[in-house]
Design a binder for this molecule. Sequence first.
Ligand SMILES: Cc1ncc(COP(=O)(O)O)c(C=O)c1O
Length: 471
Amino acid sequence: MALHAAVTLVRESEIPLTAQIQRFLKKEVTEGTLHPGTRLPSSRRLADDLGVSRSVVVEAYGQLVAEGYLEAVQGAGTRVVRHLDRAVPGPPVPSLLDDGHAGRRDPAVRWDLRPGGGNVPDFPRREWLAAYQRALHAADPAALDYPPLAGDPRLRVELARYLGRMCGVRSTPAQVMVTAGFAQALGLLAAVLPGLGTTALGIENPGHPGQRRFVHESGLRSLPLPVDGEGLDVAALAASGARAVLVTPAHQFPTGAPLSARRREALVRWARDVDGLIIEDDYDRGLWYERGASRPLALQRLAPDHVVYAGTVSKTLAPGLRLGWLAAPAPLLERLRRARARQDLGTDVLTQLAFAEFLRGGAYDRHLRRLNALCRTRHDALREAVRRHLPGAAVAGPAAGLHAYVTLPRHTDEAALVAGALRRSVLLCGAASHHARPGEGAPALVVGHAHLPRSGAEQAVRELAAVLSGR
Ligand SMILES: Cc1ncc(COP(=O)(O)O)c(C=O)c1O
């Protein structure tokens, strides 16, 4: 039954039928059941459904239009007005990994240099559509049934191939699980770790603020571990007593430092010694454009029995696809599957099949080549602008991913720079929010550069120089 049919008219009431209809609709609009822009039934249909003459409804609609609740749109009937002053809606629900910076670009500022979000403007719409269409044409009715919890087998085959050739992950399709991004992989792991006797998780400090909060809220004790130019401090991990750690070894978030070869070995040794688990967050694999140095292979290949490798398309395609994957040691998989059965019933199957097509036909490789070339241009522009206009500052780490870590001269007041930049319409993200405790760490900025036009980096950095020099 549609809502309008729920109008209960009292025919022998003193209140005219027109007023009764009017009151009902007004209440449903003000209480928010009928949303702005909702199309109402035609006066003829509503009159038929309610068993009243059409003129009664026409008059009720007319009154509500006059009072500003409804609008009559030429050729589109009557609908609830689009801009109704109503109670302010509640705050948006933050995403699992919301770091308070990521997400929509702020159109009110001239330069939004915050990290987060994806490379959405460069999303390969045509190629994705072609892959999606091919996948849809090929999908038989069975393919549109509930997908296997671990993901569609065709995508898992393509992922195992891709992960092997791209970053040396040692896995079989049976060890791969398709997830709703890294966020779900982390959620599943947080759910199974206590069952393995692990209630504390080592996390990098600085690290992703949203992940830190998520780990904390999922009931695990998070143990912040220092990071330096060689990545995670493995000695501190060993001293912490943790038996599980979340790490970004290829491109530490946010400092950019790859985990050095000796630290990689030490980390794997630690995992074997304590029978521990390493969660490898390879969040921006595929985006590496440093000249003359190749991206380190996956840590997982050094100890497949102790590492859960996890990746995502959030940086390379779009976070909105909610598509990621993990490769886990076989004994862990059944636990992860059971945890998943309590969360959802699998990932959107057409998106999975489209991505399988995308991988199989080489479209993903071609897209990554284009994207890396673009990112390199933007990163080069940022590095050059920092070198030219911010004496004592530098872009740290290799050219990779969608963000750069800009270290500032020691004496810089990071908070004052962020506030001063905002006054000049530049939105910045200071490194402070990535640290576990206030006041930790040297001043730095975490700069998202992937969406900037080439000249944007230069202009935005000039503004920062003006703030620093007190102009
Ligand atoms: C460190 C890190 N890990 C993982 C992700 C990706 O998460 P998801 O795949 O859930 O979008 C991000 C995205 O911002 C990130 O910064």
